[in-house]
Design a protein around this ligand. Structure first.
Ligand code: GL9
Length: 783
């Protein structure tokens, strides 16, 4: 369609016509992009079908893809042409990008990881696709009102239609409810209609597919007892909204419906479009289940193989357990899915029957061993009237992985010890990664340019080559240029934020950034309590006048998670006080970024000096924000948790600020129950006064109490060890300040972090999955 800037301008102008407003420009540009990638998309699919190569399906309840327009311009290799062309025609690409709504089809790390994986699969020219749900409403929009989080529905679909292709021809029917005997009757069918989105591979012609399913009423007859209006409402609800849960389960029937809907639709399609006989499934298809949300794919695949393909149990089980593999993303107890047996038996009776049989056979096998009752219980899929999805996922998969070395070790040695003993060969680690294309090349073109000027452009395709930057650690002119980049990114962030934030932000201050979901274990509370202690110290000690710092917070709390919501309120109360105080304000400043999402992230990671990664050791499975900061030259201030451990291994302890209890220490304190928060408070005058003021309500506006924070720290004995780690956290902040004074050394640390970040590209992660689990072959789309 166009190969040069002039050709682009000509085509664009022609299509734009007389309607030269940004809205039209945005629409025209989008339409041109879609046309441009359409041919490659069709060709990629044809190639996969004709060559009968093995294909991967990554099933996930969340895909937090972020905006697509600019990312696709980069992938198609026409970003510069278009950006300059638009400028010459009087349009600003950045302004057009702002018109694109962000599809918030995920909560946080787990959903964003799925999106990074899609990007890497396409970039590496591997045949891998996503399967998920086309939620009409993504994650809620957060507004801060009077310091409190309030939630508003986000309906992104209205404006985005266009990137996707509805495929009525590929719709399938999903069976819910009904009676089983003598045969499955009275089924309430739901129609699943796929919407396909193109996943464009960087500088190749591979265009993979993200297939999102939408629930609609079926044309098949409804059972006599069922009211049609009720059925219509229930059906629409299935793909209406993403559950806003973060590392938490609701146990609601609608969630289970979503899971089964997505798995059944995906599997039916996979089987229908299989190029060979069904017993060859494991050679033709790999299915990865992203956490336990799609674990119901295991009995569903069994159902299809048994009832629709007519296989015997042994053969069906053999196929299933060589096709499906499982990734675990958390060890938090409250995030472990357990479904009520009755609920399953009523909603998906045949699937429940199969789960029961899987459990029965597995237990029969276990009978041959001498097992303690406790061990046997841990290994039971069905236990106490509950179906434990993680156990089902391990038993029914050929590979099981954690998402960072520490996390996988904890799975093997503690959380899944009994399962590991049964299936030692299944367990492996795949440390998470992030796509450097979005999080460095797109988000930070200034840094990208500096790197390319210094080490050439091979790193764009092989991010591990960022390692070559190590030779610039003490190079004064590189350091100066890096500082310049950071300053530019800070100013851009300020320009963006100041539209909504009323107090001016100092671009020369240290940008200390804490962005992620609000959760007890992520310890935003520790951060804000420390800031309060800084405030007190500045007020009381006239010799303490620290170098200016701006503390940024951003993140959403699950609507039902009261504690997390009160932490948001506390931050906003303390922010109001700090930011209004003329003395304190020149030393510390707090900014709360409303409605933190992917687009905000793209502006914030590049502007950071300090990356707050302060979870209670052993609780954060991996973290991926830590990698995005590192790649943009921020220094980690964190605990030895999740992938922080591997980051520190790469950069060296001297290039990070590490504090706090280690995971072993935390696990011992938990096991022996010998932590006493009250004693820690008693021993520290600083904590004592901080707690007294906090609990008196002085820090809570007078309008609201802080009962949940009190409850957590006092009544619940500080389960995330905020008080226990407080002093070593505060001491590390002082070390940050001292280090920042030596700018030569600081910039060197920053270079070191960028240089070592290549290993955390999701290209590395995906290549490892492909080599060790999926066995995919690179397919070149040439024609
Ligand atoms: C998570 C873990 O908590 C993170 O540590 C991890 O980096 C990601 C991706 O592996 O998975 N598990 C989980 O349930 N969430 C994670 O972020 N939560 C959300 O995504 C909301």
């Amino acid at each position: 369609m166009f190969y040069s800037k002039e050709e682009f301008k000509e085509e664009f102008t022609k299509r734009l016509g007389q309607d030269k407003v940004p809205q039209t420009a945005y629409a025209v540009l989008g339409a041109m992009m879609k046309e441009l990638l359409e041919e490659d998309w069709v060709k990629t699919n044809q190639l996969y079908t004709e060559s009968k190569v093995k294909q991967l399906y990554y099933i996930s309840i969340e895909f937090l893809i972020g905006r697509m327009l600019v990312q696709n311009l980069h992938s198609l290799g026409i970003f510069t042409i278009v950006q300059e062309g638009l400028q010459e025609l009087g349009f600003n690409l950045e302004e057009l990008e702002e018109m694109e709504p962000e599809p918030g089809l995920g909560n946080g790390g787990l959903g964003r990881l799925a999106a990074c994986f899609m990007d890497s699969l396409a970039a590496l020219q591997l045949p891998g696709h996503g399967c998920g749900i086309r939620y009409k409403g993504g994650l809620f929009t957060q507004q801060i009102e009077n310091g409190f989080q309030t939630e508003y529905p986000t309906d992104w679909l209205r404006e985005i239609e266009g990137w996707e292709k509805r495929r009525d021809d590929l719709a399938v029917e999903i069976p819910f409810y009904g009676r089983l005997h003598p045969r499955h009757t009275d089924i309430e069918w739901v129609k699943a209609v796929p919407y396909d989105m193109p996943i464009v591979g960087a500088s190749g012609r591979t265009v993979n597919t993200l297939r999102l399913w939408q629930a609609e009423v079926s044309e098949r007859p409804l059972p006599a007892y069922k009211d049609f209006n009720e059925y219509t409402l229930e059906t629409a609800a299935i793909s209406d909204r993403l559950y806003p849960d973060d590392s938490l389960v609701t146990g609601k029937i609608l969630r289970l419906k979503q899971q089964y809907f997505m798995c059944s639709a995906s599997l039916q399609t996979i089987i229908k479009t299989l190029p060979g006989p069904v017993h060859e499934l494991p050679h033709q298809v790999a299915i990865q289940i992203n956490d336990t949300h799609p674990a119901i794919a295991i009995p569903e695949l069994m159902r299809i193989l048994l009832d629709e393909e007519g296989l015997e149990w042994e053969e069906a089980w053999n196929i299933t357990t060589h096709t499906i593999s499982y990734t675990n993303h958390t060890i938090l107890g409250e995030a472990m899915e357990k479904w009520d047996s009755h609920l399953l038996a009523s909603l998906v009776p045949r699937v429940y029957e199969i789960i029961h049989e899987i459990d029965r056979r597995f237990k029969e096998q276990l009978q041959e061993q001498v097992l303690k009752e406790q061990e046997f219980k841990k290994l039971s899929i069905i236990d106490d009237g509950l179906v434990k999805m993680a156990v089902l996922a391990v038993v029914g998969s050929y590979k099981v992985n954690g998402v960072a070395e520490l996390h996988t070790d904890i799975l093997k040695n503690r959380e899944m010890k009994e399962l590991y003993r049964q299936f030692p060969g299944k367990f492996h680690n795949k440390t998470n990664g992030i796509t450097h294309r979005r999080w460095l090349i797109k988000a930070n073109p200034e840094l990208t340019q500096l790197i390319t000027q210094s080490i050439g452009d091979d790193w764009l395709k092989k991010p591990i080559l960022l390692n070559d930057l190590n030779k610039f650690i003490i190079d004064a002119s590189f350091q100066e240029a890096l500082k310049e980049v950071k300053r530019a990114k800070k100013n851009q962030l300020i320009a963006h934020v100041e539209k909504s934030w009323d107090s001016p932000i100092d671009p020369l201050s240290i940008f200390d950034i804490h962005i992620k979901r609000f959760h007890g274990y992520k310890r935003q509370l520790m951060n804000i309590l420390h800031i309060q202690s800084l405030y007190d110290r500045i007020k009381e000690d006239s010799t303490y006048r620290p170098y200016p710092r701006t503390f940024f917070f951003g993140g959403k709390a699950a609507p039902g998670y009261e504690f997390a919501k009160q932490v948001i309120k506390l931050i906003n109360v303390i922010a109001a006080k700090v930011n209004q105080d003329p003395l304190v304000r020149s030393h510390i400043h707090i900014v709360f970024i409303e409605n933190y999402n992917v687009s905000h992230g793209e502006r914030m990671f590049p502007a950071a000096d300090i990356s707050e990664q302060i979870s209670t050791a052993s609780k954060e499975a991996s973290g991926t924000g830590n990698m995005k900061f590192m790649m943009n030259g921020a220094i980690t201030l964190g605990t030895l948790d999740g992938a922080n451990v591997e980051i520190v291994e790469r950069v060296g302890k001297e290039n990070a600020f590490i504090f706090g209890l280690h995971s072993q220490q935390i696990m011992l304190l938990e096991k022996h129950k010998n932590y006493r928060a009250q004693e820690v408070i008693e021993q520290s005058p600083e904590l004592k006064s901080l707690m007294a003021r906090l609990l008196s309500g002085e820090l809570s506006d007078g309008t609201e109490n802080i009962s949940f924070i009190r409850n957590q720290l006092v009544d619940l004995n500080d389960p995330y060890f905020v008080l226990k780690d407080f002093h070593s956290y505060a001491a590390m902040h002082e070390k940050v300040l001292a280090s920042y004074e030596d700018q030569g050394n600081w910039q060197g640390m920053s270079v070191r972090n960028i240089a070592e970040s290549g290993i955390f590209s999701s290209d590395r992660t995906i290549q490892q999955y492909s080599d060790d689990v999926w066995d995919l072959k690179k397919i070149l789309n040439v024609y």
